[in-house]
Design a protein around this ligand. Sequence first.
Ligand SMILES: Cc1ncc(COP(=O)(O)O)c(C=O)c1O
Length: 396
Amino acid sequence: MISNKMSQLLERSAAMSNMYTEGARMKALYGVENVYDYGLGNPNLPAPDIVRETSIRILNETDPWYLHHYMPNNGFIEAREKIAASLNRRFGENYNIDNIIFCTGAAGGINCVLKVLMDPGQEVLTFAPYFGEYDRYADNVGCTLVAVPANIPTFQPDAAEMAKYITDKTRAVLLNNPHNPTGVVYSAETIKAICDVLAEKEKEFGHAIYLISDEPYRELVYDSVTVPWIPDFYKNTIVAYSFSKSLSLPGDRVGYLAFGNDVEDFDNIVYGVAVAARIMGFINAPSLQQLVVAECCEETVDISFYDRNRERLYAALTEYGYEIAKPQGAFYMFVKTPVDDKIFAQKAKEYRLIVTPGSGFGCAGYVRLSYCVNYSTVEGSLPAFKALMEYFKENK
Ligand SMILES: Cc1ncc(COP(=O)(O)O)c(C=O)c1O
């Protein structure tokens, strides 16, 4: 018999699981090419060739004992050196191996950080809409996720509004940029305003409030937009990076955490995260992947494929009457629904469209489209989106 707590978690995850099952059922019934599946943020582009070539070379050249044995929980020293050097070059940091910890994707990294920072009963703050797993990450450490309501229609968080939600129990803020599910990139002005409020609140409450910057989409940006480097704005920032999206390696479970030298209680936090990885069972990030991504950390998939999908979808959907804040990053679009988002997503299936209700991201009235799909899916789906909007116009 499973625990009551897990039963509740399963119930909350049911909507997502049902969506996968329904997608598979529809594809079996109508054929894969006739179902327009925008449900999952699973990159459709393969990892760049250089990743495979580097993997093979490292496998061939590295002593197998060294490659496959337990290592320091923080990761291989030479791999952390390469990541630190890249961040120093790109963002003017002064990092060395002590500032970098390899983790099992951003998810593993964030969970380890929360384990170290949070006592049960405390609060993790975030901004709606938010990555649906954040609730569970906070719950894993006996804490509550507090979401600042969405700032519609721009989805740029409002720092003054955020200030109202910070209490003495707020110990960490989870901020995701570029953003899932909206594709919005928070501007430098937005980040500065948030960081200024956090610095004031740290003074007011007399303790650190750590900003965990969840950045799996850092490299996936369009229109030459710049993603602010948050440690420039706030000393108590911990960056959680992942290669799941930039290199299309979500199954490889590899990313890193970066801690600035001025992070309050640096030594205890860094040591704590290594211990958290061990006691939570991650131990260390996959060894081969650490060495591979360290060499490929400035490579990306061909972003122009996602950009083509973005432009085509945005132009067509807005022409049909959908309202969307034009995404500038990641591979998501957050579309306002003419009716309740769950009703919309349900009806969409009749048009062989799979979309995710915004209520799963703490923001009802929208659906998320993950456009990491083939261009043929985008083209094929447009008449369906058009007909769906016409249906709702005729059936108000
Ligand atoms: C905002 C956000 N954070 C974290 C994750 C987890 O990514 P990873 O595969 O790096 O654990 C995802 C994955 O989709 C995400 O969208």
